[in-house]
Write a protein that binds this ligand. Structure first.
Ligand SMILES: [Zn+2]
Length: 64
């Protein structure tokens, strides 16, 4: 029994390098076309990001 099976590696031309998330992220605010950087994990652009005001201590130093 001589089974001459030629084994060859077929090179498929569909081996595209997977692109790393190229989806354009935009600001979560509608009607805002500001694109966000891929590395920016915030939902809003800089001008729409909810601003967190540091809670100020309403401490008034009494002037003696
Ligand atoms: Zn925005």
């Amino acid at each position: 029994m001589s089974d001459n099976v030629m084994k060859g590696k077929r090179v498929f031309g569909t081996s595209r390098a997977p692109k790393a998330t190229t989806e354009a992220r935009k600001c979560a605010r509608e009607s805002c076309e500001t694109r966000l950087s891929r590395y920016n994990k915030r939902e809003y652009c800089y001008s729409h990001a909810p601003v967190k005001y540091p809670r100020l201590r309403g401490r008034v130093v009494p002037e003696s």
